[in-house]
Write a protein that binds this ligand. Structure first.
Ligand code: F42
Length: 145
């Protein structure tokens, strides 16, 4: 996409470039953890530019669970605000690219259920939540069709 602005974090931008240029056959895991990653494409809420964010692959049936953990940092990642402003995303999961719609999950029971699934998929999320005072946001991405 011509209006794509890569992440200023080099390792993140590099992962997106490898994942996409290989057609979803390389760069599929977080570093050497062996744990799978998806790429979320969305619009920036101020620039309107295309943004691409690798996240851990957490699935709930056909839906994806997006965890705004940013390693337990004290503030939400910027992509959190982008998704609050515009809920339409593309999710690349290996070779598949799917148009999806996200919603933030705040209802207690639904949150608990999805958080459990997320921690099973990527156990460090639990450490990240312990590290920070903020409640780590959760989005559920559902098919836009
Ligand atoms: N981050 C997570 O939070 N959760 C994960 O599960 C996760 C997994 C993961 C796996 C692989 C990998 O390579 C990275 C992974 N990350 C994960 C890190 C993730 O990809 C992001 O890099 C991280 O969450 C930080 O997101 P961020 O949106 O805060 O990124 C910053 C560094 C960034 O890109 N900032 C831009 C900048 O230029 O400073 C802002 C870009 C932007 O969106 N601007 C908006 C616009 O309109 O264009 C406006 C911004 C505003 O002010 O509102």
């Amino acid at each position: 996409m011509s209006d794509y602005i890569p992440s200023p974090r080099e390792w993140v931008a590099d992962q997106v470039a490898l994942y996409e240029s290989s057609g979803g056959t390389e760069g599929l895991t977080l570093r050497d953890t062996g744990l799978p990653v998806i790429i979320v494409t969305n619009k920036g809420n101020k620039t309107g530019a295309t943004r691409k964010t690798p996240l851990m692959r957490v699935v709930d049936g056909k839906n994806y669970v997006l965890i705004a953990s940013m390693g337990g940092a004290p503030t939400h990642p910027v992509w959190y605000y982008n998704l609050k402003a515009n809920q339409d995303v593309l999710i690349q999961d290996q070779t598949q690219v799917i148009a999806m719609h996200v919603r933030e999950i705040t209802a207690h029971e639904e949150r608990e259920r999805l958080w459990e699934i997320a921690v099973q998929a990527y156990p460090p999320y639990a450490d990240y939540q312990n590290k920070t005072d903020r409640v780590i946001p959760i989005f559920l991405a559902e098919s836009a069709e």
